[in-house]
Design a protein around this ligand. Sequence first.
Ligand SMILES: Cc1cc2nc3c(=O)[nH]c(=O)nc-3n(C[C@H](O)[C@H](O)[C@H](O)COP(=O)(O)O)c2cc1C
Length: 335
Amino acid sequence: MKSIIDISTKYMGLHLKTPLVVSANPLSEKLENILKMEDAGAGAVVLFSLFEEQIRQENAQLERVLNATSNAFAEASDFFPDMEEYAVNTNQYLEIIRKAKERVDIPIIASLNGITPEGWTEYALDIERAGADALEVNVYFIPADLRLTGVEVEKRYIDILKLLRKTVKLPIAIKLNPYFSSLGHFTNQLSTEGADALVIFNRFYQPDFDIDNLTVLPNLEFSHPAEIRLPLLWIAILYGRIPISLAATTGVHGAKELIKYLLAGADVGMVASALYRHGIPWIKDILEDLKWYMQEMGFSSIQAFRGTMSQQHISDPTAYERSNYIKILESKKLR
Ligand SMILES: Cc1cc2nc3c(=O)[nH]c(=O)nc-3n(C[C@H](O)[C@H](O)[C@H](O)COP(=O)(O)O)c2cc1C
């Protein structure tokens, strides 16, 4: 006889019916897609990001209209993409939040993407007023300036978080990249400064080269399931050691990857690339397979197995450490 399987979970204080969340991507620009995501069983939807550059540019344009004598904007605007390049303006973004909140029951998480603490963080208040359930912040910053120290890079994140924390009461998730020299210490700081969740890890856009035409190819590649390894390692290390939620992003293409992330200790797994490959209804397939696995394994709830493969809970915690790496390299199998 089949037992009842409960796949609900909690993510930064929000109750989610399922542990599969749609991560930020342009599919959520269309309300009909958000409805489809809910229908297919998404636990929540993170909307596509609105960029600091866009918010600042709109503010600056407004200021220019209000103060036609000022010349300051003319210079600054050279750094920004043209307004037409953004598919959705800041007002439309708020409208999408309002409309989505009217039409779906699942949490809607807005996403802001910025790198400085000035001139755009007030927009988070508009997002809160529009009815978003939470805010995800992606500090997409590549420290290409050779004078920057690690401490300065971390401070940038902390300053942005502090400002947003002062501005809104919404739960705040920070989407992180893996390139920090001491990630554990840094995540602890983010938790202390008021982050409610960490989204692990952002995939940096990495341009490729066309070697025949000697040009840079600015294309975005979808992920592969094998890419879960690095986020998996860090979720397994952080689980139970910081008092905030953990979301896993990158490489969830089927139930297997989602299950691994949950076993490591994630509260939710997130999905983007797989929806481009298979369509939005794929969410349902992943969740059906998750339930089937739980049935087979005798897990009646997510809580019953979440974190069981984390570093704290496995019988041999050194499996995550250097000694194991040495063992692998020294093993006869590789000879
Ligand atoms: C087409 C596309 C657009 C994306 N846009 C955003 C974005 O606006 N903001 C953001 O934080 N992440 C964005 N991402 C990153 C995803 O949210 C996600 O973190 C990443 O793709 C890894 O998950 P995946 O392996 O399921 O694709 C985008 C990804 C894709 C594929």
